[in-house]
Design a protein around this ligand. Structure first.
Ligand code: TYM
Length: 334
């Protein structure tokens, strides 16, 4: 039996990297016969950077709508909001006593987000990976489908689990496996193929948002960074051509094939031919999702109903692990 857990932060809109690197894979996993899937909206993680209450509430529902519009089926997957299951915060505290400061200091995401002024960064931003460990270990998840940028956080979760298990001499927590699937594990900025596509990039031209309309998608792809060479015959020949590699990767991930297949079709052609084909493919794939998302957002009560049902399922599982963990650690019990 596989237990799958993953999540996204409700900060701004989802972009193509979130969809191709994570959501698209989550949808595939919910159809695996032996898998039980839990997907959450990681609002407790979102507050590690300042958020406005109304914006947070709105973004939380938007992400839930994007999950469903992107193909998650509430009858197959448990969809819930992280903060609605209090066990995440409690387990995080228990686990924080097993997480080493030195290891947290080495997290590249903390260094990126804290920037030059790490002294002023909040404790929550520093402890972010410990909350992620709690998210995963509370469900005894076996697999965690994420993009490449979360790998280091998953190593920390494994480390915390192993330290706990060693201390109490029992296999209480499962060591989760990162599930970094497909060709789109790291989609890069459309403006700079050496930088990750990210919600926080100031330039909107750097990313395709899940809510962009067809014209915007086409315009962003047209302006995307490439080079003067045509498309090569082999994937190896894309080395040293980050912008080109990124567009071929995006095409492959959208089409559900590998990069070699894309090159077999487009080798020798120029960007003037490839970019419109990529734009058409992106629009064909994304616009039904955007339309469905807007439809869902017209019925907030239905989204809330799905989230409430998900929270009840997740809450029962989480409560069990928290109780077991408290017992193992020796807390007084009523
Ligand atoms: P977040 O919200 O930053 O990103 C959500 C998912 O999208 C993936 N991703 C990408 N994949 C490919 N290319 C990109 N350019 C790209 N940008 C983002 C991320 O790898 C991620 O899978 N910490 C997590 C949320 C989280 C979580 C968890 C995940 C909280 N608790 C427990 C797994 C398990 C995050 O910040 O995701």
């Amino acid at each position: 039996m596989k237990r799958i857990l993953s999540g996204m932060q409700p900060t701004n809109n989802l972009h193509l990297g979130n969809y191709l690197g994570a959501l698209q894979n989550w949808v595939k996993l919910q159809d695996e016969p032996e898998a039980s899937c839990l997907y959450m909206v990681a609002d407790l993680h979102a507050i590690t950077l300042p958020q406005e209450p109304d914006a947070l509430r709105k973004a939380t529902r938007e992400i839930a709508a994007a999950y469903i519009a992107g193909g998650l089926d509430p009858d197959k997957s448990t969809i819930f909001v992280q903060s609605s299951v209090p066990g995440h915060s409690e387990l995080m505290w228990l686990l924080s006593t097993f997480a080493q400061m030195g290891k947290l200091e080495r997290m590249t995401q903390f260094k990126d987000k804290a920037g030059k002024n790490a002294e002023r960064a909040g404790l929550g931003l520093f402890a972010y990976p410990v909350l992620m460990a709690a998210d995963i270990l509370i469900y005894k998840a076996t697999h965690v489908p994420v993009g490449d940028d979360q790998k280091q956080h998953l190593e920390l979760a494994r480390d915390v689990a192993a330290t706990f298990n060693t201390k109490y001499a029992q296999e209480h927590f499962l060591l989760p496996e990162p599930y970094i699937m497909g060709e789109a594990t790291r989609i890069m900025s459309l403006k700079d193929g050496t930088k990750k596509m990210s919600k926080s990039d100031e330039s909107d031209l750097s990313r395709i948002n899940m809510t962009d309309d067809a014209d915007t998608i086409a315009r962003k792809i047209k302006k995307a960074q490439t080079d003067p060479e045509n498309l090569p015959e082999t994937v190896a020949a894309l080395a040293g051509r980050p912008g080109a590699l990124n567009l071929v990767t995006i095409y492959a991930a959208l089409a559900g094939c590998d990069r070699a297949n894309v090159l077999a079709q487009y080798a020798g052609m120029g960007w003037g031919a490839f970019k419109p084909a990529l734009a058409d493919l992106a629009v064909a794939k994304l616009s039904p999702i955007t339309a469905r998302m807007n439809e869902l957002l017209g019925d907030v009560a239905e989204i809330d109903r799905i989230l409430k049902a998900g929270s009840e399922v997740a809450g029962a599982l989480a409560e069990r692990t928290v109780q077991e963990t408290r017992d193992i650690m020796g807390f007084w019990k009523m």
